[in-house]
Design a protein around this ligand. Structure first.
Ligand SMILES: [Ca+2]
Ligand SMILES: [Ca+2]
Ligand SMILES: [Ca+2]
Length: 115
């Protein structure tokens, strides 16, 4: 799984570095908004529909906060994924099946299976 780098924006929000990078690249005139034209220029394979889907307040422009709202959905999925993985690790570690990972069981996994 790819590591996620976060950066702090001027508004104090933490966003994925990758999202900010893409947004800055799309925003050709650097006015903090990505218009349909700028969007289609940056993503020639995308359509008006893609643009509208991400334009949550339908004003015809993408702002960074709309991009981060979109990002949050991705992050939620990522967190669900991480929780599932954690549940799998507990299943695997809990060798006596009592639903808890004791220190002994934990040590065995960490030191002997290199998790
Ligand atoms: Ca712009
Ligand atoms: Ca908008
Ligand atoms: Ca146990």
């Amino acid at each position: 799984m790819k590591a996620h780098d976060f950066v702090k924006t001027e508004t104090g929000q933490y966003i994925e570095a990758e999202v900010l990078k893409i947004f800055r690249k799309l925003d050709l005139n650097q006015d903090g908004e990505v218009t349909l034209e700028e969007f289609l220029h940056g993503f020639p394979n995308k359509t008006d529909e893609d643009f509208k889907r991400m334009d949550t307040n339908s004003d015809g422009k993408h702002t960074l906060s709309e991009q981060t709202a979109h990002q949050s959905k991705g992050l939620e999925e990522l967190i669900v994924q991480i929780e599932k993985n954690a549940a799998n690790i507990v299943d695997k570690s809990d060798t006596d099946g009592d639903g808890h990972v004791s220190m002994k069981e934990y040590d065995r996994i960490v030191f002997h299976e290199g998790l």
